[in-house]
Design a protein around this ligand. Structure first.
Ligand code: SF4
Length: 105
């Protein structure tokens, strides 16, 4: 039978606590990166419909063609990472994208 000393038990407890804190911090960072600016559940049928027809996504794989670099996007100073889209006349995520993307002039 293996016995663990009290000291070893305490050391492992500290290791688990530190590991848990790192995981929690990483989770928070990931959540911040995936900020939702345009929640379809909170939108009326017209807003949902136009976003679906233009294939709007909150986070685009090509950040060179993200809303933040689109000529129709205006950043929201009070809500960093979000802004307003002129095409949708509503919110959009700076990391988002739709088929109407056009580079800033
Ligand atoms: S037109 Fe499309 S890509 Fe441009 S800001 Fe609006 S949602 Fe984003």
């Amino acid at each position: 039978m293996t016995t663990i000393s009290r000291r070893k038990l305490l050391e492992r407890g500290v290791q688990i606590s530190v590991g848990g804190a790192i995981i929690a911090a990483t989770g928070t960072a990931a959540a911040a990166e995936q900020k939702v600016c345009a929640d379809p559940k909170a939108m009326d049928g017209g807003q949902k419909s136009i976003r679906m027809s233009l294939n709007y996504v909150e986070v685009h794989t090509d950040q060179n063609q993200a809303c933040g670099k689109c000529g129709f996007f205006t950043p929201d100073a009070a809500n960093v990472g979000c802004g307003q889209c002129m095409i949708f006349t509503g919110p959009a995520n700076a990391k988002g994208h739709c088929d109407s993307w056009a580079p800033k002039g």
